[in-house]
Design a protein around this ligand. Structure first.
Ligand code: SAM
Length: 322
């Protein structure tokens, strides 16, 4: 068995999907090699805890063991499929060209011939063998069904909803971009309804959230309600605790539209906050979201993304580390 893995991203936020995966792989396995096969496919060469990574990523649609990277079927099913009995094959065409389904039926026939104990089961397979076609070639890999990512959490089903709430997917990406690990302490100093805290908790990360409005703090408390979370009603510019125990920051600052800035200019608040943390968080990763203006505001940015929402809102997501 090789130690090679594939990750296929969904069509949304593809650039962020790659960044999310890079951050997690680097955090847990700093020595393994991660390469882009094409825009939506990455390959990891070296042992990784696949279950751990797949339990954290939100933008990856399929992930699993890589079987073959060249055109044609050249892997030995005996080597990989001994502990499974049911399989399905699936074609994923990421290229611009037409691909005949015949390629997949040939793959199915090959598996049945080389591993006769395996039965086709489209409804309840142990594994899905993926035949992935890209503009540059093709690859074959397999995924255990449970790894197929279908986590969707609805904002409006939470006990407390306010329209400042950040989409769960973006909240999770932000947490992951900080490279935070289990039991680390994450701070969201502008926590609002607690979307970022919730995602962090879901990954067993300890959290502290702050908001200047007591009503938001009660809302965040109702949404998180986890013994791992602590919510403080305070101004992010004068936090009543020290930064030394905080490992990372992930936060979404007010844009001055739905979320109040208490009459401060959003940009001033952003600059003051970043200047406050630049000394306190030296060497630690801080993932910050704000309403984009095209100005270059900070010089210790290690990653930067624009996220278009609609014609009057493009968000800027930056990772700071200095
Ligand atoms: C964009 S919202 C955060 C939304 C949050 N990510 C969520 O999903 O609910 C920004 C939050 O910052 C809070 N806020 C504004 N000024 C603040 C300050 N000086 N200190 C702390 N919180 C502040 C607002 O009350 C608002 O809840």
């Amino acid at each position: 068995m090789n130690n090679k893995y594939f990750f296929i991203y969904g069509g949304e936020h593809v650039e962020l999907a790659g960044a999310e995966l890079r951050a997690l792989v680097k955090s847990y396995h700093p020595d393994v090699l991660l390469q882009n096969l094409e825009r939506r496919v990455s390959i990891v060469d070296g042992y990784i805890d696949l279950q751990k990574i797949t339990s954290r990523v939100i933008c990856t649609k399929y992930a699993g063991q890589l079987l073959s990277l060249s055109d044609g079927i050249n892997f030995d099913p005996e080597e990989y499929f001994r502990s499974y009995t049911k399989f399905a094959c699936k074609l994923i065409n990421l290229s611009q060209k037409y691909v005949s389904i015949e390629a997949v039926s040939n793959l199915g026939k090959y598996i049945k011939e080389k591993s006769p104990w395996m039965q086709v089961s489209l409804d309840n397979p142990d594994i899905i063998v993926l035949y992935v076609v890209t503009n540059n070639g093709s690859m074959i890999g397999f995924t255990e069904h449970k790894y197929v990512n279908s986590r969707v959490k609805e904002l409006r089903k939470r006990p407390y909803f306010h329209n400042v709430a950040l989409e769960p997917r973006l909240s999770r990406i932000m947490v992951n971009l900080t490279m935070v690990r289990e039991n680390d302490l994450l701070l969201d100093p502008f926590c609002g309804t607690g979307s970022i805290l919730l995602e962090a908790e879901d990954m067993n990360i300890r959290t502290v959230g702050c908001d200047i409005f007591a009503s938001m703090c009660y809302g965040a408390l109702a949404n998180t309600l986890n013994t791992q979370s602590c919510i403080v009603n305070c101004d992010a510019l004068s936090l009543p605790f020290q930064f030394k125990d905080i490992n990372v920051i992930a936060t979404d600052l007010p844009y001055g539209i739905s979320a109040s800035t208490m009459k401060r200019l959003p940009k001033t608040l952003l600059k003051e906050f970043v200047s406050l943390i630049s000394d306190e968080m030296k060497g630690k990763r801080c993932c910050i979201m704000y309403k984009n203006s095209d100005e270059l505001l900070f010089n210790n940015v290690v990653e930067e993304y624009n996220i278009y929402e609609h014609k009057s809102l493009t968000r800027k997501l930056i990772v700071l580390c200095s």
